[in-house]
Design a protein around this ligand. Structure first.
Ligand SMILES: Nc1nc2c(ncn2[C@@H]2O[C@H](COP(=O)(O)OP(=O)(O)OP(=O)(O)O)[C@@H](O)[C@H]2O)c(=O)[nH]1
Ligand SMILES: [Zn+2]
Length: 297
């Protein structure tokens, strides 16, 4: 049978068959061996061949070649330098943030954009919880992302603002939701799929979700398309610098005017990038985030 991996836990892989049945699967011996030495032999979103053993149990015999994936640098000591496939076979990243509660972090948004563009994935940004009131600063931030060429939606799962627009942006696409815990990813999925995923109240003191999504899930859209919801990621280490120059096109463009071709935009005289910061055209924060990511991989 052919199926899609909808969840990966230690020792158990959930697979949805083409007819919509769920199976708890193990990896066949050969794949299992591979898993000991390589990370991500199987990831959420993978298409697999599997055999039914009995009832809802099965064994995965083959992982079919992957299309585009959202990847980050593996966490933990062992996986330090390994790529971790967050979602397989996707074509766009839906970056979900809240306008407040919890506050959004531009550095993290830039990391997601870099990872997405590094894998040639389209980027759409959702600013959720619009009902909580938009500050002038947030309005300006949204405009900046639009100026950079990204599609940005302002949504509220309370008032339903923007939900139809997001729905149509997801239609027929394979999207992965990227965002911190508590921004409203589950609520968005519920509004879009008319399903009922458990959501959590954000506790006031910590701004951390209480009933948080702890494992990935794949949701099918009413007509066509799928959404992969991954657990909230507070950190996101990029696995390569491929997407950096595209995610920071403005800086790359400015650097063409630096006096030195190999300018690091830190101490050199005649640096057009630092000049732009001094002139208030470029955020110091944005430049620092770019430089940090450039050297961390
Ligand atoms: N005011 C407001 N609250 C919202 C909105 N969307 C979600 N919430 C609330 O925000 C909290 C977190 O929502 P979830 O949908 O669980 O967030 P999540 O991103 O799935 O969080 P994790 O499951 O932890 O990853 C819940 O209390 C929701 O009711 C919104 O548009 N406006
Ligand atoms: Zn420079």
């Amino acid at each position: 049978m052919i199926g899609e991996v909808t969840n990966v836990q230690k020792g158990m892989i959930e697979v949805r068959s083409e007819s919509g049945e769920f199976f708890r699967c193990l990896l066949r011996g050969k794949l299992l061996q591979k898993e000991r030495t390589e990370k991500n032999v199987v990831a959420v979103g993978d298409r697999v061949l599997f055999e039914r053993l009995h009832k809802d149990q099965g064994i995965i015999t083959e992982v079919l070649p992957r299309d585009k994936c959202l990847v980050r640098k593996g966490a933990g000591k062992k996986g330090r330098h390994l790529h971790q496939v967050i979602a397989a076979n996707v074509d766009q990243v839906l970056i979900v943030v809240a306008i407040k509660d919890p506050p959004y972090h531009k550095n993290l948004i830039e990391r997601y954009i870099t990872a997405a563009r590094g894998s040639d994935l389209d980027v759409t940004i959702v600013f959720n919880k619009a009902d909580l009131g938009l500050s002038e600063e947030t309005k300006a931030d949204i405009q900046k992302y639009r100026d950079l060429g990204y599609r940005v939606f302002l949504t509220s799962t309370v008032s339903n603002l923007g939900i139809e627009e997001v729905k149509s942006a997801l239609q027929g696409r394979s999207s992965v939701l990227a965002g911190s815990s508590g921004v409203g990813k589950s609520s968005l999925v519920n509004a879009i799929c008319n399903s009922n995923v458990r959501t959590g109240e954000v506790s006031d003191s910590t701004h951390k979700g209480k009933h948080t999504t702890t494992s990935s899930q794949v949701h099918l859209l009413p007509d066509e398309g799928r959404i992969i919801d991954v657990p909230g990621m507070r950190e996101f280490a990029i696995s390569g610098t491929e997407g950096l120059d595209e995610a920071f096109e403005d800086i790359v463009e400015l650097s063409a005017k630096c006096r030195f071709r190999n300018c690091t935009h830190t101490v050199e005289p005649g640096c057009a990038v630092r000049q732009a910061v001094a002139n208030g055209i470029l955020d110091e924060r944005r430049l620092q985030n770019y430089l940090r990511m450039k050297t961390e991989v």
